[in-house]
Design a protein around this ligand. Structure first.
Ligand SMILES: Cc1cc2nc3c(=O)[nH]c(=O)nc-3n(C[C@H](O)[C@H](O)[C@H](O)COP(=O)(O)OP(=O)(O)OC[C@H]3O[C@@H](n4cnc5c(N)ncnc54)[C@H](O)[C@@H]3O)c2cc1C
Length: 559
């Protein structure tokens, strides 16, 4: 057991965590970043299609902001969206200066591609590996600036004392040693919770740890009912086929070979907002115009040159995982769980309601995505709000006098882990509970939702939580005990699932990704507010927060 101390501790080494770390260090703080996987294995690595910004002089951040507000189905907070979009251009240029090799057009300028729900092409990209390119460059910067990285350390608990967050208790996975890492400010940048669903486009490490840790520690969560189903996930594996494919001109076809988006979004067609396209696909499938539970994505007309230059990873995914070469054949796709719009409630500087605790990236809810995120706005969210939270956390560390925590916090966690390890093995297993949770969420809390199903999902999750309390940990060792860590992660995921279900039951209207077949209309008079969750012993306690409107009046949403 050891005690470490820093000014700013960042939990998570994806794009939000790395950007926060660089900003905090530039502002003079002693910074440490902790990650349960090697930093470049963070899930940001998987981002494919690009990052949005109004960089071109003929574009404007106000147009980008309007598209984002409309995309959010007017649930996004407009003050935060203004920050996101007005700072986007500078951040993309800054990334290029750091070394991200964004695509250039034939004139030598940064070249963009179209993404869904936007009036013009403003998505900057590196082929279909944009996240990987950004993450590796950012990691080089961390090394260059000598930030302390606790690599393959797993945060098990947050430290709250004197009414503020003062660090975390974490396990070094290689040795099993549990330590206290004290800090004057803590930034949660732990990414999404995709694996609460099965399947999901997210990596197995996306287990909602930070959302649950913050919730247990007293932070508010918000918009938890807003789960994005991406329109193009591969049949079977659920792996993502980037929206960039449709941005480059790919079509969606039903069993009759019709471009069915004509019926649902005659102006924007395949590039309507994700929630709109997902519902259109699901309607085609439900009404018998799909093919074996899917519709088809057709890229053949793009030609081999475009596919080789801009969508080479997608071609590989098709060949390796579906046995389909997209140059030759359409590929079967369907809507699948992709992104969490909700998360830990923050202001535009990443501050939560718990002093000393910040959040940024997919784990946070500023809320710039509201009820539906625009494609390529998430990488932007990680960069803009990662940077801002790093700056503000550094300022707090400079000005706040914090008494550092001691070993007691690690001892309490060790005791709790020892109790888990002492549980006798049962016939039930962690993997069974995890798969059952994933199936419940995927079947009952999906593209189309309805009261009885949502209530039944909530009951199922509560029952799974009870089952979870009795499931033993089979591996008893100290070194790389991933069985133990999966057990801890499952606890985080179940809490997130419960917040999603409870919030989805609560919202009795349809808005963005939350479509209720029993309440098919958006009802602004009653529901133009965020739903918040605070921790309660028998489940989330729901509350409300106002939506900030600045310059864009509510309109009917059509594409
Ligand atoms: C397949 C795919 C493609 C995408 N493509 C795009 C795109 O083209 N454009 C776009 O804008 N968005 C895209 N997104 C969304 C976007 O990639 C993510 O929302 C974003 O990268 C999340 O970044 P993050 O920094 O918040 O979290 P992550 O990159 O997920 O990082 C989380 C970090 O937290 C750490 N962590 C988590 N729990 C713990 C713990 N208990 N202890 C210690 N460390 C912990 C992890 O190790 C990791 O370092 C895509 C998403 C997917 C799934």
């Amino acid at each position: 057991m050891a005690v470490y101390q820093h000014d700013v501790l960042i939990i998570g080494a994806g794009l939000a965590g790395m950007r926060a770390g660089l900003a905090a260090q530039a502002a003079g703080a002693d910074v440490a970043i902790i990650s349960k996987v090697h930093p470049v294995r963070s899930h940001s690595n998987a981002a494919q299609g690009g990052i949005n910004a109004a960089v071109d002089p003929s574009d404007s951040w106000q147009d980008h902001a309007f598209d984002t507000v409309k995309g959010s189905d007017y649930l996004g907070d407009q003050d935060a969206i203004e920050v996101l979009c007005s700072e986007a251009g500078g951040e993309v240029i800054n990334l290029e200066h750091m070394g991200v090799i964004f695509h250039r057009d034939e004139t030598g300028h940064l070249g963009s591609r179209a993404f869904g729900g936007q009036q013009r092409a403003r998505t900057y990209f590196v082929g279909d590996i944009t996240g990987q390119a950004m993450l590796h460059v950012m990691y080089e910067q961390l090394i260059k600036h000598g930030l302390r990285i606790y690599e393959e350390w797993f945060v098990i608990d947050l430290i709250v004392e004197d009414g503020m967050c003062k660090g975390a208790v974490a396990m070094e996975i290689r040795t099993g040693q549990v330590s206290v890492i004290g800090a004057k400010a803590v930034i949660m940048a732990t990414g999404g919770l995709g694996r609460v669903y099965e399947p999901s486009t997210n990596a197995l490490i996306c287990t909602g740890d930070g959302i649950s840790l913050a919730y247990r520690a007293g932070a508010l969560c918000m918009d938890m009912e807003m789960v994005q189903f991406h329109p193009t996930t591969l049949k079977g594996s659920g792996v993502l086929i980037t929206e960039g494919a449709r941005g480059e001109g790919a079509y969606l076809l039903n069993a009759a070979g019709e471009r069915f988006m004509e019926k649902y979004a005659p102006n924007m067609m395949e590039l309507a907002s994700r929630d709109v396209v997902s519902r259109a696909e699901q309607t085609e499938i439900n009404e018998g115009r799909g093919i074996d539970g899917c519709v088809m994505l057709d890229m053949r007309h793009l030609g081999i040159e475009v596919i080789r230059e801009r969508l080479w990873q997608i071609r590989e995914i098709g060949i390796d995982l579906a046995g389909v070469d997209v140059v030759e054949e359409p590929i079967p796709i369907l809507p699948g769980m992709h992104y969490m719009m909700g998360g830990i409630k923050t202001d535009v500087w990443g501050r939560t309601n718990l002093p000393g605790l910040y959040a940024a990236g997919e784990t946070a809810c500023v809320s710039v995505h509201g009820a539906n995120r625009l494609g390529a706005n998430s990488l932007l969210d990680t960069i803009v709000f990662g940077k801002r939270s790093g700056m503000d956390a550094s300022e707090r560390a400079r000005t706040e006098n914090v008494r550092m925590p001691d070993n007691r916090f690690a001892e309490a966690v060790e005791k709790q882990l020892a109790e888990r390890l002492a549980r006798p093995a049962t016939a039930d297993r962690i993997a069974n509970v995890r798969m059952d949770m994933g199936r419940v969420m995927n079947e009952k809390v999906q593209v189309f939702r309805e009261e009885e199903q949502l209530k039944s999902a909530l009951e199922d999750v509560k029952a799974l939580k009870k089952r979870y309390e009795t499931v033993g940990v089979e591996s008893k060792g100290k070194v790389f005990n991933t069985d133990l860590l999966f057990h801890v992660e499952l606890g985080f995921m179940l809490e997130c699932a419960e917040m999603i279900c409870a919030s989805a039951v609560e919202r009795k209207e349809s808005r963005g990704a939350h479509f209720r077949t029993d309440f098919p209309k958006r009802i602004d008079e009653e529901w133009l507010h965020h739903i918040t969750c605070s921790y309660g012993a028998s489940g989330p306690v729901l509350g409300q927060a106002p939506v900030t409107i600045t310059q864009w009046e509510l309109q009917e949403r059509k594409y």
